[in-house]
Every structure is written in C-alpha cells, then in structure tokens.
Design a protein around this ligand. Structure first.
Ligand code: SF4
Ligand code: F3S
Ligand code: FES
Length: 248
C-alpha cells in the first residue's frame, strides 16, 4: 500500500542553499532513489541527483540520509516510519555542484598520486604467479565501488578542508595497502603511506568501515596492517641502524 511520505531535500549550489520540504508518494518495495526520481517527475524537474546503476554497484548515488552517509539506491523506504521525515542532503566533505550532486574530484586527484603497480623486471604480463592466499587478500579490497562514502565520513577531512592536501582518505590508503600486500609489487609503499598519503592522521576510529556498502573491513584489513608495517620499519634495529648510517 502506498502512502504520502515527508521528505526534506537540500537544494542549492556552491553559492548556498537550504532544505526544502516535499510530500511525495511512496510505494511498497521502493528505495530512496525511487522517491527522488518521483520528485523529479512530478514536482522538481530540475532537481540534480547523480545515479547510474540503481543496483549498488556504480557508486554514483552517494548522499546523506538523516545525516548518515548512504547509497540512495540501496536505502529501502521500509526502514523509515511512514510519518517520519526523511532528510536527504549531499555528501558533506565534497563541494556541492548542485542539489545532491557533489564534486568528488578530490578522490580522483588522490588516486592519481598513488604510484601504479610495479612488477619485477623481466617478468612479462601473463607470467605473474602468486599464491591463492595473496589473491584472496586483495580480492576484498577490489570489491570497492568507489562510492567515496568512506572518505566522506572520515573525520580527518570531514569539516577539515586543510587536511585534504596531506591525507589520501581511507579508500586510497586501502589502495596503497592492497599494492603493498601484492607479492609481486616492487615499489616501497610503507614510507610513502606515512609521509605522502597521511596514514599517520588516521586514528583508527573505524567510521569508514561502518559506512562501506561493500562491507570491506577497511580499518582492520588495510589500515591497521599498514600501520603495523610502518611501526615495524621504525623499530626494527637493522632498519634503525641503516637509517642512522644513511643520515650520517
Ligand atoms: Fe565506498 Fe567502501 Fe570503496 Fe570506500 S571502500 S569507496 S565506502 S566501496
Ligand atoms: Fe578515518 Fe577510517 Fe582512519 S574513518 S581515521 S580512515 S579508521
Ligand atoms: Fe549505482 Fe546507486 S545508482 S550505486
């Protein structure tokens, strides 16, 4: 049975905006994106929203629903009471372009800053061999749909524009970890993670893990192991001696 749902949607641009109230029809089995589309079709044809697959796989429809970072297409209306007001706002960490659409280019900038996979010299593509256990470890990280909800949530850059320069965000620290754990990768990423990608700014609050729609254990399986490698490197007496000699 359908009902009239109460919605509050942020509308505006980079110059400012605010919340607007709407009453919209909601039908059984619908997700928030269905209702946003009905709003576009019936009341606000110019409402901007980014989406693509409507199946939780493209990572385009990231926004905040009642203050929580979520995918619009994977949030069922049945989780809200019929008389509840559902508030939909754009991701807070990235600049608004219009309405629910944000400029996520920070994330692409960070992706470009990570050096690519570096295979051993003399091994041609097709000749790479690795243990199944190593394949499985990185498989989890490769489920990422690049929705950037983790980066949006992390307190290091949420409301801290000044940290964006020095912090890659959980999504890309996870990418560094994935490459670092790759048995064939020849690049040394431990020091880079700390000095260039801001691993030290992460204080393992795990908020990124909590919002990941792919349920990737970002903190436990990527960030903490990277931190352990940094610590090992720092406190390993041979490495310490090497650093000393090198510096002198
Ligand atoms: Fe989204 Fe999870 Fe990938 Fe972060 S790690 S971008 S939350 S899918
Ligand atoms: Fe941020 Fe996740 Fe670390 S939320 S502080 S990157 S554990
Ligand atoms: Fe593709 Fe929501 S529209 S993840």
């Amino acid at each position: 049975m359908g009902y009239q749902g109460h919605f509050r949607v942020w509308r505006g641009s980079d110059e400012g905006g605010g919340l607007e109230d709407f009453t919209v029809e909601v039908n059984e089995g619908e997700v928030v994106l269905d209702v946003i589309h009905r709003l576009q079709a019936t009341q606000t044809p110019d409402l901007a929203v980014r989406w693509n697959c409507k199946a939780g796989k493209c990572g385009s429809c990231s926004a905040e629903i009642n203050g929580k970072p979520r995918l619009l297409c994977m949030t069922r209306m049945s989780v809200f009471a019929e008389d509840e007001t559902v508030t939909v706002t754009p991701m807070r960490t990235f600049p608004v372009i219009r309405d629910l659409v944000t400029d996520v280019s920070y994330n692409y900038q960070k992706a470009r800053e990570i050096p690519a996979f570096k295979p051993p010299a003399g091994v041609a593509p097709g000749e790479y061999r690795m243990q199944q256990v190593d394949v499985e470890r990185s498989q989890e990280f490769r489920k990422c749909i690049e929705c950037f909800l983790c980066n949006n949530t992390c307190h290091v850059i949420r409301d801290h524009e000044e940290n964006k320069e020095s912090f890659a965000g959980p999504r890309f620290l996870m990418r560094v970890a994935e490459l670092e754990m790759h048995p064939l990768d020849q690049a040394d990423r431990v020091q880079e993670a700390q000095s260039s990608h801001g691993l030290g700014l992460c204080n393992i609050t795990k908020c990124c893990t909590e919002v990941c729609p792919e349920h990737i254990k970002i903190t436990d399986n990527a960030l903490i192991p990277m931190k352990e490698r940094v610590a090992d490197r720092r406190y390993d007496p041979i490495v310490w001696l090497g650093n000393k000699l090198f510096r002198n």
